[in-house]
Design a protein around this ligand. Structure first.
Ligand code: BV8
Ligand code: ZN
Length: 266
């Protein structure tokens, strides 16, 4: 069996027919998961946890039951992640997506991620299907909580941290994210479905395509005849149906897509 060609760090071939399709597209959706932040040093759900969290899977901690059972363990995990995001920077994938937005009349960025790296790369109007780390609210009465400025001082491997108390009812403050078993914010989910149903091209970038209902978006796009382009170094359940599978890191593939589109439109 021939050895796979080593991945050339600065070149990724974009198929001509994909470039032509993109050059004629009017409505484009980019749908992202944790993999788009991997090259910023943010571990994905699949990578598993490190430090104190090594023995926990994200799925064990990202639930209301886990928070009720051990609020300090779960709040500590989210503060550790929030500090990681505050210390991270957008990578070329986030920057390429922000540039892609300028090329299309009708563009939607729908993310499963709870970090703000898309916004910090210059993307506007980002739809967060699973909430946002920088937001928090009371678990009991939903009263919003404003994180103090600055980066929380967390020891290397993370630690348990007592969640703040709600200023209105003294309940525990929780992260402003959607946990497993919780409904997605209805207006954001409706918008995401509408965009997937109307688009000419949908990019699915850096997601294992395993978490629903978000993972249904590429199938919705395919169902009405859109071109679906998957960007992921590894295969996912979407490989069998995606129109194009670009198997490489988003931080290399997406800049190559933008460069090819610019060349086609020059
Ligand atoms: C709900 C926020 C109902 C928290 C997250 C069918 C229909 C509906 C629901 C279900 C269903 N079947 C099962 C369910 C339940 C569940 C579910 O889907 N479970 C899975 C595990 C089977 N879904 C839910 O619970 C959802 N809620 O349905 O509620 C309801 C309705 C009404 C009323 C009440 C309830 C809620 C799901 C949201 C959970 N919250 N995040 C937090 O961040 O802590 S999910 C979380 O994991 C992420 O947000 C993401 O969405 C998901 C998967 O992560 P990915 O982003 O895909 O990342 P992952 O690590 O998995 O993969 C990374 C990928 O990147 C890999 O493929 C890797 O190869 C690739 N990669 C790595 N490096 C790079 C790269 N790609 C590109 N470049 C690189 N450099
Ligand atoms: Zn409260």
């Amino acid at each position: 069996m021939s050895t796979p060609t080593p991945f050339q760090p600065d070149v990724f071939p974009i198929p001509d027919n994909l470039v032509q399709t993109l050059a004629q597209a009017e409505k484009v959706v980019v749908f992202t998961g944790a993999g788009v932040s991997a090259e910023s040093g943010i571990s994905t759900f699949r990578d598993g946890n490190t430090g104190l969290w090594t023995r926990y899977s994200a799925h064990d901690l990202a639930t209301p039951a886990a928070f009720k059972a051990n609020p300090s363990m779960v709040w500590g995990w989210y503060e550790w992640r929030r500090a990681g995001v505050l210390n991270a920077h957008p990578n070329p994938a986030h920057q390429a997506i922000a540039r892609l937005q300028e090329h299309f009349r009708d563009f939607a960025l729908i993310t499963q991620n709870v970090d703000d790296l898309h916004e910090r790369a210059g993307s506007i109007g980002v739809t967060h299907l699973h909430g946002r780390l920088e937001r928090a609210r009371c678990f009991a009465c939903l009263h919003p909580f404003q994180h103090p400025d600055g980066i929380p001082d967390i020891p290397e491997g993370g630690c348990e941290m007592q969640p703040p108390r709600c200023s209105r009812c003294d309940g525990n403050v929780r992260p402003g994210v959607v946990w497993f078993g919780e409904a997605l914010p209805q207006p954001d989910w409706e918008h995401a479905m509408d965009m997937a149903d109307q688009c000419d091209v949908l990019f699915s970038v850096g997601t294992s395509s395993l978490v629903y209902p978000a993972a249904a978006l590429p199938q919705r796009a395919l169902a009405h005849g859109a071109t679906v382009v998957q960007v992921n170094p590894l295969p996912t359940p979407l490989d069998g149906t995606a129109t194009f599978n670009l198997h490489g890191p988003a931080g290399v593939v997406l800049p190559a897509v933008v460069a090819a589109l610019q060349a086609a439109r020059a």
